[in-house]
Ligand binder design. Structure first.
Ligand code: DGL
Length: 269
């Protein structure tokens, strides 16, 4: 009797839900282990070397424990640092989430693009390298937000959302120059699509908000398809999803995580 091995989706908190829900949409039967490293949140404020060591150790432990068939690092702040050492440490595929600079460069008409991310992501060589390679002729404004990820955590925990703080954090994304205006904003932190409606409401003019989650789900599907099949026996009940918090908190009591579980077919969560 074979059961389909789960995929581990890893983030510092609720942000990875934006990726997990796209995976769920594309592969509804795939069991997920969602791990929130909430004991270490927010990653955006960590020193790069310390964060890299911490993430490799934490993800390696989670893989040992849950035996996934693949890992999705559903966090830009971690992915822009840890993908090479993690791939070296693990013998399963690792899919990362990195700023969607290339699609943004293809979509902008004004040539003014902003990248909204954590302070960590906008200071990484990885991000600078993406800009050099894929958007050399685009005027990119890097906006490192200290508070938006925490505001997304507030929203998904049912706490009141400080709209004034949200508008202030996103304001620097909107650039007007020589009669042109920013027309694409890359959501380069997985927490931010959870605030899509609020960000759009706070925007001084409409822009395209680029969320890479559907592309990450497709990448995972391709990567899994390349592996030897590990298909569920139709007679075997599906493996239930799991929620893991490094703090030991019960995540099923947090609204956003509960919704993720409920999106699965009844009886499987
Ligand atoms: N969700 C994370 C990202 O994509 C980071 C949030 C944080 O922990 O600061 O960058």
């Amino acid at each position: 009797m074979t059961q389909q091995a789960p995929v581990l989706v890893f983030d510092s908190g609720v942000g990875g839900i934006t990726v997990a829900r796209e995976i769920r949409r594309l592969m509804p039967e795939l069991p997920l282990v969602y791990a929130a490293d909430d004991a270490a949140f927010p990653y955006g404020a960590w020193d790069g070397d310390a964060l890299a060591r911490h993430c490799v150790a934490t993800v390696t432990d989670l893989v040992r424990l849950h035996r996934p068939q693949a890992v999705v690092i559903a966090c830009n702040t971690a992915s822009t640092l840890v993908l090479p050492p993690l791939r070296q440490a693990l013998d399963i595929p690792v899919v990362g989430t990195v700023p969607a600079i290339k699609p943004a460069a293809e979509r902008t008409r004004s040539g003014l693009v902003s990248v909204l991310a954590t302070p960590g992501t906008v200071s990484r060589d990885y991000t600078f390298d993406l800009i050099r390679r894929f958007a050399p002729d685009i005027a990119i404004t890097l906006v490192g937000s200290k508070r938006l990820a925490a505001l997304a955590e507030d929203k998904l925990s049912g706490r009141p959302l400080d709209m004034q703080a949200l508008a202030a954090e996103a304001a620097a994304c909107f650039v007007s120059r020589d009669g042109r205006r920013t027309d694409v904003v890359v959501l380069a932190c997985t927490h931010f699509p959870l605030l899509a409606d609020e960000l759009a409401a706070a925007a001084p003019w409409p822009v395209e908000w680029l969320d890479p989650s559907p592309a990450i789900a497709r990448r995972l599907r391709d990567v899994i398809a390349d592996r030897p099949p590990d298909l569920p026996d139709p007679a075997t009940p599906p493996v239930p999803d799991k929620l893991v918090a490094t703090s030991g908190a019960d995540l099923s009591r947090v609204l956003g995580y509960g919704l993720l579980l409920r999106e699965r077919a009844p009886g499987t969560a």
